[in-house]
Design a protein around this ligand. Sequence first.
Ligand code: DAH
Length: 364
Amino acid sequence: MLESSSANDLETLSAKLLESIAQAADLAALDQARVEAVGKKGALTQRMKMLGGMDPEARRAAGQALNLIKLEVEAAIATRQDELGRAALAARLAAERIDVTLPAAPEAEGHIHPISQTMEELIQIFAEMGFTVAEGPEIESDFNNFTALNIPPEHPARQMHDTFYLSPDADGAARVLRTHTSPVQVRTMLSQKPPIRIIAPGRTYRSDYDMTHTPMFHQVEGLVIDESTHMGHLRGCLTEFLRAFFQIDDLPLRFRPSFFPFTEPSAEVDIGCSRKGGQLKLGNHGDWLEILGCGMVHPKVLEMCGIDSTRYQGFAFGMGIERIAMLKYGIPDLRTFFEADTRWLKHYGFSFLDQPSLGLGLTR
Ligand code: DAH
């Protein structure tokens, strides 16, 4: 009597559990149903715990029945889980469906900034001459920015640089925002063995602001060190570069003696131009325009950078990137480079799709 009623009771329980599994509307509800059935305090678990108190015969029958129900319940959970998973995927696919026939949303076309463009162009030209690109930090030690370049403390050349001084580093060493890209020469010589052939384009800083000066600007530095490079190579290299960059095959160059603490001899390079009618035009027209500084690396600089100056020699040069960009692309005011005016960028910037030919023109 007791057995048949408990068999009935189990049937009812099983039906109830299977029903709530089948009815579970989502994974959370299904989990709830699972906990109620076979969780620690679930109906089936409770009943299994009661088996211990039964006599052997009844325990065997009830145990078998409970195990069967448990298997059924677990199978039902797996089935429902599968169904809910499919339904969720179908709903997601429906929600994420894309109508490929819709017209595309208009996109604003970006432009390459003249500085980026000019850097790309000069890197390309120097790369074809065998130079690699070197980089250094914009916050420099006073040593790399000045002292190692033969500009000791109290040297008057420091005054020409309008330096932004920073608080000293943790070791008490003086730091500056680099006033030129020349400290990359120092870093390169300290970390590489000759032969060296690098250019170092990057940002530089001086406390100055007018139509031709901004507190942040860009320079590119060049450095060649080996056993035999001489001033003739310097002249050839810069001639090749400036003619390729300005795309003027007969652009004349004039090397004027000058002074930089880190080169001996030093020179400033002028390129040919005309200023007739207040219009600046580059080319072989009889007038001259200063464009960059250069020279043979001073033996003291080589020695301070751990290079044997009795064996190695070479040249260095430095020029302003804005300056050559302004000349090539006819941009009159330096300050506009950094005003972030998108109308200016649209006018003077470059399209990704419409790149002017780069390099020495050897391959194209
Ligand atoms: N560092 C110089 C400046 O900022 C430019 C320069 C001149 C760099 C001569 C050189 C060089 O490497 O040889 O004014």
